[in-house]
Write a protein that binds this ligand. Structure first.
Ligand code: BTN
Length: 265
């Protein structure tokens, strides 16, 4: 392992998110590395950070553009005590923490596209993936919370297929950010929000998610496997489900990929 520039922000208090930071110059995916560490017993709050990923994974089997030296690619190992069905909420909680961290640098420009895209000025600057690791006899063993954030990515380095859809903190503010400092802010907020949700359920962050929520009253289409449903977004409920007003009345949507006109999907 190369020397670790993130070591100075490791809290060293076991149980805090980011207390143990494992840093790699290059990995295929921090999700895969974290899965291996978790299998070997890595504790709650252990974090994997890589400078670059050769096979970064997005949601729904998409690739995650992961060039070196500019962004943050991290996976947090969580060992939550919760039913498997509630795991997707952790990515909403992480969205709130990422928004909190962006808000400290560029107030008023961050929004969350349910379930877990992070927008700056209406373009995607980050994404989150929550993968549950289960065991037939012991149930939920851990959750691998992957967070990819475009921090110092320049507009010329955005791949052609993402132009007009993706952005970065650098593009938004015109200033490079200190990635180590940013990671420290992120882990601090993630730890606080995670603890709040552990104690009080998703309801503990619902109002702040709602504050950052980008989809109020937007006409959207949600695709979940073979099911497609369209309607107007009326908010999120206490479980983090999307409330959609359809032609047949309001429904709750628990998972899916949202697309809306004029924005990145
Ligand atoms: C999305 O599709 O929006 C989620 C993207 C998640 C990307 C991050 S980068 C760090 C971690 N490692 C991966 O391979 N994926 C996640």
């Amino acid at each position: 392992m190369p020397s670790n520039p993130y070591q100075i922000i490791a809290s060293e208090t076991p149980g805090r998110i980011g207390w143990d930071i494992r840093y790699f110059d290059q990995v295929d995916s921090t999700q895969r590395v974290a899965a291996e560490l978790a299998q070997d017993g890595a504790e709650h709050g252990t974090v994997v950070i890589a400078e670059r990923q050769s096979a970064g994974r997005g949601r729904l089997g998409r690739a995650w553009h992961s060039p070196p030296g500019v962004n943050l690619y991290t996976t947090v190992i969580l060992r939550p005590r919760m039913p498997l069905a509630e795991v997707p909420r952790l990515s909403l909680v992480a969205g709130v923490a990422v928004a909190d961290a962006f808000e400290t640098i560029t107030p008023g420009q961050v929004a969350l596209k349910w379930p877990n895209d992070i927008w700056l000025n209406g373009r995607k600057a980050g994404g989150i993936i929550a993968e549950a690791v289960t065991d037939a006899s012991r149930g939920l063993l851990c959750v691998l919370l992957g967070i990819g954030l475009n921090l110092n990515l320049a507009s010329d380095d955005i791949p052609a297929e993402l132009r007009g859809k993706a952005t970065s903190l650098l593009i938004t503010t015109g200033r490079e950010c200190d990635r180590v400092q940013f990671a420290a802010t992120l882990f601090k907020h993630l730890d606080l929000r995670y603890r709040a949700v552990e104690a009080g359920g998703f309801a503990a962050v619902r109002s702040v998610y709602d504050h950052y929520f980008a989809l109020h009253d937007r006409q959207v289409t949600v695709i979940d496997g073979s099911i497609t449903v369209s309607g107007v977004v009326r908010g999120i409920d206490a479980d983090g489900a999307l409330i959609l007003e359809t032609q047949n009345g309001p429904i709750r949507v628990l998972t899916g990929d949202v697309s809306l006109e004029g924005a990145y999907d």
